[in-house]
Design a protein around this ligand. Structure first.
Ligand code: 16G
Ligand code: MG
Length: 550
């Protein structure tokens, strides 16, 4: 490593005094103006990680659903996964090192991780549409170059597309071509193939309105829709030509406010969906005949997909294991439906894609979704080989068809990560094949009314949790207080956890009616405020907060 060159270059990307950041569930994320040094240093780190793994590493510049002024960065590991936990610690150390300590910290990481510095390094870079992203990705490139790494800058990409590129490059093209056309072709071909078996339904059934959050999803979907134009017609809204990124639109807005985004015209019973700012999340929704809004979230996506998969799996007669992974945010009705009606095993993990992904890898077929719309289906290598072999060999027509269908599903899911575009195509294919309307899909089960609130506390780390975040172990007395409150309501459940992305504590409650869910969430917020060092204004009852918002 040419440490002198690193020091010199680093001075051009100097770290502001006193700023400390942590590599969290979503990488680094904060105001864009504070991130230049982090980007440069993540370029450095990506080179070390690439040398250590002897593979291509990805760097994605995005802050997903955060406001337009924010930005962030994530590293993508060789098989398209999130960065390994020990390297998250290296990332945090490197980002927080004072200028004069930077060379020493770099050498330290190299030693601790046993990096062979003579190995070549290759880094691929992608970015979202934020005004700050282009310059910040140039800082990543500066970091890569000063350590002698090679790179390919893909420019504008969705986060899942960058994961795809990394995965393709590290599997010598076997998974697909590491180009944007390669991505469009692979997914569209699988979609077209899968929907061939759908009996023709009316045009209106094949139209989908997509709110693109004024983000990168709009650009990419506009390019891609020509590849599957016969099977599905998508109409783009919030495509970035006027509105602000994630402002009053996008999956996060729709899920947390439980209302439609601005900028989309919804007629009753029309199927609509929203992506988030980097297109790795998707939720569906519609208005009924009375103008009532209905959200069809990640839990219902998991329910639709797993019930769809059960049939062909049964047909091929091979005992491949199927499991569903959720988080504590999964609606209680969804868990009950999956376990009791669908009879599939359901597991709960901590919040954050990497935790769900990890658990899902334990099954031949692991379906994982967060209620907020992050998710995918993972097929183990063994399951994939088995299915592909059966699709070729099976004699009986019905069975071969089922195996073929599963084969297309495998190709349609972006196996590197959850992907709003690929999830959308899978969902659209299933609805077409099953002849289901969005209302029929929504009617699989009825969500329990729920409410999420935020509480400001002096130090959110005073709360620690166990049992996949469903129980608070600290501060003392908090869980007991929650238990007492929960007892007051029917079909109720509540939990609290420190956010991994904002400086707040999150509260979740569900109960038999919206009033009760609201009131339980409020009471739990008060308990957090009192027992976990709340600051600022005391939490207010939900209807008051809501009136203030209007
Ligand atoms: C990040 C996570 C998401 C999680 C969210 C929770 C990834 C790619 N993203 O956006 O899965 O739901 O954080 O945020 O892992 P919170 O900790 O603020 O509630
Ligand atoms: Mg996102």
């Amino acid at each position: 490593m040419d440490l002198d060159a690193v020091t010199k270059q680093s001075a051009l990307h100097a770290k502001p005094d006193g700023l400390t950041l942590q590599y969290g569930t979503a990488g680094f994320r904060t105001k864009a103006e504070h991130l230049d040094h982090v980007m440069f240093r993540m370029g450095l780190l990506a080179v070390l990680r690439s040398k250590q793994t002897k593979s291509t590493i990805g760097v994605m510049v995005t802050a997903s659903h955060n406001p337009e002024e924010d930005n962030g960065v994530k590293l993508v590991d060789p098989l398209g996964e999130m960065l390994a936990p020990s390297w998250e610690d290296h990332a945090t150390c490197l980002a927080n090192a004072e200028e004069q300590d930077l060379p020493r910290v770099l050498v330290d990481i190299g030693e601790k991780a046993a990096v062979n510095l003579h190995q070549d390094a290759f880094v691929v870079i992608g970015r979202d549409t934020r005004p700050s992203s282009e310059k910040l990705s140039q800082s990543v490139i500066d970091g890569v170059t000063v350590l002698g790494g090679q790179f390919h800058d893909y420019g504008l990409l969705t986060t899942p597309q960058l994961h795809y590129m990394v995965y393709c490059r590290n599997t010598s093209g076997q998974y697909g071509k590491a180009t944007i056309e390669g991505y469009y072709q692979k997914l569209s071909a699988a979609f077209v193939e899968l929907t061939k078996q759908a009996s023709c339904s009316g045009d209106d059934q094949r139209t989908l309105k997509v709110d693109c959050a004024n983000g990168i999803g709009a650009l990419k979907l506009r390019e891609m829709k020509h590849y599957f134009s016969q099977g599905l017609s998508v109409q783009l809204f919030n495509d970035g030509t006027k509105g602000k990124l994630n402002h009053l639109c996008g999956a996060d807005f729709v899920k947390s406010h439980q209302k439609p985004p601005q900028g989309i015209e919804m007629k009753s019973h029309e199927r609509c969906c929203s992506f988030d700012g980097d297109a790795d999340r998707i939720v569906y929704y519609y208005h009924d005949a009375d103008g009532q809004f209905h959200l069809v979230d990640g839990d219902k996506i998991a329910a639709l997909i797993s019930s769809f998969l059960k049939e062909p799996l049964l047909e091929i007669g091979d005992s491949l294991s199927l499991g569903v992974v959720q988080t504590a945010y999964a609606n209680g009705s969804s868990t009950r439906y999956l376990e009791e009606v669908m009879k599939v095993p359901v597991y709960c993990t901590k919040t954050g894609v990497k935790h769900l992904h990890h658990k899902a890898q334990e099954f031949d077929i692991g379906v994982y979704f967060e209620a907020n719309g992050h998710g995918t289906v993972l097929f183990s290598k063994a399951a994939e080989m088995k299915i592909k072999q059966l699709a070729k060999e099976l004699e009986e027509d019905k069975k071969r068809k089922a195996a073929k269908m599963l084969e297309n599903v495998i190709d349609l899911f972006n196996q590197a990560t959850g992907d709003a575009i690929s999830d959308m195509l899978v969902i659209e294919a299933i609805l077409a094949l099953k002849g289901l309307t969005v209302q029929q899909w929504d009617a699989l089960y009825t969500d329990l009314p729920n409410r999420q609130l935020k509480v400001k506390v002096a130090d959110r780390q005073v709360i620690s949790t166990t049992d996949a975040e469903r129980q608070a172990v600290k501060p003392p007395g908090l869980q007991e207080a929650i238990n007492e409150l929960v007892k007051k309501y029917r079909l109720s459940r509540a939990f609290v956890r420190p956010s991994g992305t904002e400086d707040i504590v999150r509260v979740y409650a569900e109960a038999d009616s919206q009033e009760n869910a609201d009131s339980l969430a409020y009471e739990v917020s008060l308990a957090v405020f009192q027992l976990a060092g709340g600051i600022g204004e005391r939490p207010q009852p939900v209807n008051i907060t809501r009136n203030l918002e209007l």
